[in-house]
Design a protein around this ligand. Structure first.
Ligand SMILES: [Ca+2]
Ligand SMILES: [Ca+2]
Length: 78
C-alpha cells in the first residue's frame, strides 16, 4: 500500500577525479607514474593505450602527455 510518504534515499558517491590520478585512488604517486609509463608511446587501438593519460587528446601518449602528467604530479605533491 502506498500512502504517498515513500521516500527513496539516493546516496551518490561524489568521486572527485584528480587529473593525473590514473588508478583513481585519490592521489598522484609512483603507481600512477608506472601506469603512465605502461601506456607511454601507445596510440588509440593499441592494447596498452589509456585514454585517461592522453591529456592533449591527440590519440597518442607522447612526451607532451608526459609533460602534462608531470605538471599534475608536481602541483599535487607540491
Ligand atoms: Ca593514484
Ligand atoms: Ca596525447
Amino acid at each position: 500500500m502506498r500512502d504517498g510518504s515513500d521516500h527513496v534515499l539516493c546516496l551518490t558517491t561524489a568521486t572527485i577525479t584528480i587529473p593525473g590520478d590514473l588508478d583513481y585512488d585519490q592521489d598522484i604517486d609512483i603507481i600512477d607514474f608506472n601506469l603512465f609509463c605502461a601506456t607511454y608511446g601507445s596510440k588509440m587501438g593499441d592494447s596498452n593505450y589509456n585514454p585517461m593519460a592522453d591529456y592533449d587528446h591527440d590519440c597518442c601518449i607522447t612526451l607532451v602527455d608526459y609533460g602534462i602528467w608531470m605538471d599534475y604530479y608536481q602541483s599535487y605533491n607540491g
